[in-house]
Design a protein around this ligand. Sequence first.
Ligand code: ASP
Length: 171
Amino acid sequence: MRTIVLTTGGTIEKVYSEQEGSVVNAAQKIGRYLKQLRLPDRDVEVIPVSNKDSLEMTAEDRAELARKIAEIVGRCDGCPIVITHGTDTMTETGRYLQRAFPQPGVPIILTGAMRPLGFEGSDGLQNLTESLLAARLLAPGVYIVFHGQVFAADRTRKDREAGTFVAAEPD
Ligand code: ASP
C-alpha cells in the first residue's frame, strides 16, 4: 500500500543557517528521515509542495496544496495523505482542506513539529511516525496528528504555553 507525504515546510523541516544565524526553511528533509523508518508493507511517496514557514503561507499556497491533493486522489485510489506543515497555521490549512474536501474518501493528516527534525529533543520523527500509522487506521476526513493525539482539523488549536495541540470547539 502506498501513502503520500506532501511537504510544505514549517519548523519540522527547518535547518540552521550559519549566514542568517537562525533556523530557516531552505532544504527538503522529510524524505531523508522517512528512510530511517522500517515500513515493510508501505511504499511512501514524498512530494514537495512548498517549503516555507506557515506564517508566510498564502491563499495561493493553500490552493496549490488542494490541487495536489485532488491530483493524488485522482491517480492513487485509496492512498492516504500526510501533510507536513508549520504549526502556527496548521489549523487554518486544516479547516481550508475540510471545506475543499468535505468527503475526501481517504484520511488527510496534517502534522509538524515544535523542533526541527535532527535537532536535540525534536518531536518531528515521532509525529511523522504516528501520522503514518494513523493514516492507515483513521476513517476518511481531515485530521491533525501531534504528540500521540488525533484531532479533527476543526477541533483543535495550538497551545503555545504547553507547546502542543489541544482540543478546542469549532469556530
Ligand atoms: N512558525 C512555524 C510555522 O508555523 C512554527 C512551527 O512550525 O512550529 O511554520
